[in-house]
Ligand binder design. Structure first.
Ligand code: SF4
Length: 460
């Protein structure tokens, strides 16, 4: 009983977060930067921050995540880290030879007021950036927002730098991915391939954080969005951003810079969000929806219909990142499940509005909250008040699951104690089928483990 002191009494809290449902901004900035080919993320702060961010990503993706640091000491913490960054840029290009260094700030460098933008300009003016190489930057103070904010800020930094508008209009669509797994990014490319659309996916961590074992270490694996592709984004027909939190800033920045109009749709998680994504793609690319995709959809609807009896009315608690859980909540409600409790540590006004839209008609008793005090403690207290049949969220949910004896489906970031998320997508119709399979598996395992012998069934 690791959480035995949790009570069911919810107290109003203003300045205390217990077991946050989020992590810090630079983790997201690092992940976004890893989705560019030949890029080395650089953490402008102390070594401890960089170690934490690297280890968070390494533990989740089970791949060695490389990043450099400005290695602040007492001196740089007081007088600023400019000198450290200049030396770092020299050393990194000389020793590690990346095509791009993606610098992000940390709490410490933000607090002392380091101006990354000015420092990177200075590095360029002093000739520290070799010809054909690039340094980009994003401000990622971790005392606001979450890892999702950091991801969005780095994505914005990338599109402010690379895309260029020329006279040549390209028949291609920019696809800005919210924070999803390498497997999901591969699936997004498969879906656009099925629709015969040329897309530039940014970022793209497939073949970066799910690389095959070849026996040879590659510091910069073959995956990631390439520089020519990023430059070409300025001439695309349209941008589709997948997720309000992860991609809107970047879509606006690209529109401002290169006049590429954009649509923001939810990440294609679940049936209806995937429908909306496919429709947005078909409209933007002026293509029709192939029969093969209609068949994938049909198989999903068939499985939902077959399994409805096991899902109907099941109470679910969900926690995670808003772009990922909003479409998931809709999917659960579409399957007649009851997403009664939802928390997300990432702030943003659109969360409550969208949750109310989805849940008011179908699950009016639902409680939901986002922001710093929407933490795991709050969700556990709600569960103590009235239990649920299922918990969905990242690895940290295992404590509540174990203490309360509630089936648990791992989804989101980080997943530290299982594999699969890097390899099997959760987006698209096939991804929704996998979500359904995971949910059913968890519910049926509980029934098998607890049903009395006389009602222990071999079949469903
Ligand atoms: S000090 Fe800030 S940037 Fe560094 S690990 Fe902590 S929260 Fe993240």
């Amino acid at each position: 009983m690791l959480l035995k002191h949790t009570t069911n009494q919810v107290k109003e809290r203003k300045a205390l977060t217990v077991n946050p449902a989020k992590t810090c901004q630079p983790v997201g900035a690092m992940y976004a930067a890893l989705g560019i080919h030949g890029c080395l993320p650089h953490s402008h702060g102390s070594q401890g921050c960089c170690s934490y961010h690297r280890s968070a990503l390494t533990r989740h993706y089970k791949e060695p995540v490389m990043a450099s640091t400005s290695s602040f000491t007492e001196g740089s913490s007081v007088f600023g880290g400019q000198a450290n960054l200049m030396t770092a840029i020299d050393n990194i290009f000389a020793i590690y030879e990346p095509e791009i260094i993606a610098v992000h700030s940390t709490c410490l460098s933000e607090t002392i007021g380091d101006d990354l933008n000015q420092m990177v300009i200075k590095a360029r003016e002093e000739g520290k950036v070799p010809l054909g190489k690039h340094v980009i930057q994003a401000s990622t103070p971790s005392y606001v927002g979450s890892h999702v904010t950091g991801y969005a800020n780095m994505l914005e930094g990338i599109v402010k730098y690379f895309p260029e508008k020329t006279e040549e209009k390209r028949r291609q669509i920019n696809l800005l991915a919210g924070w999803v797994e390498p497997s999901d990014m591969r699936e997004l490319k498969r879906l656009s391939g099925l629709m015969k659309m040329k897309t530039v996916l940014l970022p793209d961590t497939s073949d970066v954080l799910d690389t095959p074992m070849t026996g040879k270490y590659e510091m910069y694996p073959k995956g990631g969005t390439t520089i020519p592709d990023m430059v070409s984004m300025g001439d695309s027909m349209r941008t589709i951003g997948l997720g309000e939190w992860g991609t809107r800033k970047a879509a606006i920045a690209l529109d401002n810079k290169c006049k590429v109009p954009f649509d923001i749709v939810e990440l294609p998680i679940g049936l209806r969000a995937t429908d909306r994504f496919i429709q947005a793609m078909a409209k933007a690319g002026k293509v029709s929806i192939p029969e093969s995709l209609a068949n994938e959809r049909g198989r999903l609807v068939d499985a939902i219909t077959d399994m409805h009896q096991y899902l109907y009315g099941k109470r679910v608690a969900v926690f995670g990142d808003p772009d990922n859980i909003l479409p998931l909540i809709e999917f659960l409600a579409d399957m007649d499940m009851k997403p009664v409790y939802t928390v997300s540590g990432t702030p943003g006004k659109a969360f409550e509005r969208r949750m109310a839209e989805v849940l008011s008609p179908r699950c009016p008793e639902a409680k939901y909250k986002n922001g710093p005090q929407a933490d795991m403690l709050l969700m556990h207290q709600w569960i103590k008040q009235e239990p649920v049949d299922l918990i969905i969220g990242n690895t940290y949910g295992k404590y509540i699951s174990r203490d309360e004896g509630i089936p648990f489906v791992r989804m989101g970031f980080p997943i530290l104690d299982r594999i699969g998320h890097s390899y099997f997508p959760l987006v698209g119709y096939m991804g929704a089928l996998r979500i359904l399979e995971k949910i059913l598996g968890a519910l049926m395992d509980k029934i098998d483990a607890t049903s009395p012998e006389e009602s222990f069934e071999l079949t469903m």
